[in-house]
Ligand binder design. Sequence first.
Ligand code: ADP
Ligand code: ZN
Length: 649
Amino acid sequence: MPLQLGASIGENGRQLNLPLLPTGSPMDRPAPTAAASPEGKYARELREVLAKYWGYDSFRPLQAEAMACVTQHRDSLVILPTGGGKSLCYQAPALAMPGVAVVVSPLISLMKDQVDALRANGASAAFINSSLSHDERREVTAKVRSGEIKLLYAAPERIVRPNTLEFLRSVEVSLVAIDEAHCVSSWGHDFRPEYTALGQLKRALPGVGVHAYTATAADQVRQDIIRGLALESPELLIGSFDRPNLVFRVRRAAQKLDQIREVISRHKGESGIVYCISRNEVESVASELKSAGVRAAPYHAGMSDIARSRNQEGFLSDRIEVIVATVAFGMGIDKPNVRFVIHAGMPKSLEAYVQESGRAGRDGLEAECLLLYKGSDPVLWRRMIEEGETAALEGALRSLEEMMRFTTSLKCRHRAIVEYFGQEFDRDNCGACDVCLAELSFADDSLINAQKILSCVARLEQRFGASHTAKVLAGSKDQNVTKFNHTRLSTYGILKHERGTTIRDWIEQLVGQGHLMKAGEYGVLQITPTGREVLRGELVPQLLAPAKSAGSSKAKPEENWEGVDRGLFEHLRTLRSELAAEKAVPAYIVFGDNALREMSRRRPTSEETFARIRGVGAAKLRDYGEVFLKSINEYCSMMGLATDLGESE
Ligand code: ADP
Ligand code: ZN
């Protein structure tokens, strides 16, 4: 399913008097005419640029519209999920239009990756930052002046320096692109004070369009971007937040390490991220994986800068397969071929979960996301939240509750995420989550067990929280249980044959399914109207069977391997690693997994057929055509494989 057009513009967006896209549900609206061919005189150039530099033959959803804003110098705010193809929205116009494009990016590593990737495609790009010497900087500015450099990347604090602005006023600037634009908002999780100075750009460079790009969908962030960057009547383009190529699974942690290893073993030789809540856990998981023979490395804020960047670079270059990290790891990781993201603990919000799990499958190929949670995870977060962000405490706790509901509800995970972002989800079965794939097994006697729990809540007069309720049900001799005389309740011990953690899970599942709710500061359990229906036997809730150890999921997600010769793919992957190592660039800069799969599917043996592979532009053909063709030819004749097969999709 492709991303859909969508414009879920909140109330606050309306107050800003933005030019709105037509209203209505995303599906019943005709696509703007720009979708077919971006209006304006650059339509043809844009397509040529796409083919020449990237070897792509079509636009992703909203890319054409976003590019039209750029070529027409209309300010824009483009919100597309990770992997949606935001960078092309300004890179392609930058190459099609006269002048130099200025791209603001928050991290040196991000700039470097983008510039490397552009150069590998034959585009002339450069960055200016503190890592350059005086002479190098002079050279860059000279090349900008001469029109040689088409994209100039810089950090926000450098762009707004008076001499930089003066320089930019003296050359032709085609556009200003603000990458990771949510950094301007103090509301979001990546606030960077330097971004707040970028509002000056509109004034300093009159007539130049300013374009903001982000994957963060929150309404507040959107407003902060528009205000912070002083965008003038910006066009708002918002993509669908569904990521159909990601398979989501949520499991209770039980022998976590085995669960993690099971996923890793299904992705031999592929890249993945394991997120842990604490640094200690990062260290222990990383070392256990290493001793199990996995090429894993840790990453967290407690490590030295050198060790951290060494591990990050190892991961980018595929030397390290699995990075085990706290949330400190993430922004600036543009690696497109991350095939799995495992959360070894519950994230603190659904927003964070979507960001982190969204680092899988940026290249649009299938990838899997496994979330392992424990009843104690929220307690851990609660403590960390209460110690830290006191100002935003209430919101943080609400986000945590929302996350809990996501893990314990039995709603399609794709639907839950898309609806959380205020968009509609139009399919009954996503075919890509544990719920829709019917991988969950349910407990026998769900109704009876749920009724036991609900009546215990009633006996406790809806005045106690989940853990106390679970203790009563389990027949615990806990001090508080005896102190309140709850051993005398008729529901005391009625679930004593179940494990305490199972009872706790079931309570959370009843909350997640809306039959119980947690009220007030202490999360006192209360029975909802549907909970009463359950008590009366009119509604049957679904309780999950107690977690078993390991062996979480059977199948790999649906794959885009059709017709791909795996042997050839591995062969080309090795070649790619060697070439990347020679040039000291990440492997994906040579070719993405997409391109390798298509090569292994169509097996081109001539320059002409090789050039038709998506992802092979003019520069890649020149630089790698010969060596890849040789390798494909050799392998195919050795194995007796048919070559030069037609277009497969
Ligand atoms: P984002 O910044 O939105 O996360 P990127 O710009 O990094 O996404 O793009 C994600 C991947 O999709 C990249 O590998 C990019 O080359 C690829 N891509 C972008 N646009 C297209 C397109 N029109 N056709 C094919 N692949 C594309
Ligand atoms: Zn689903």
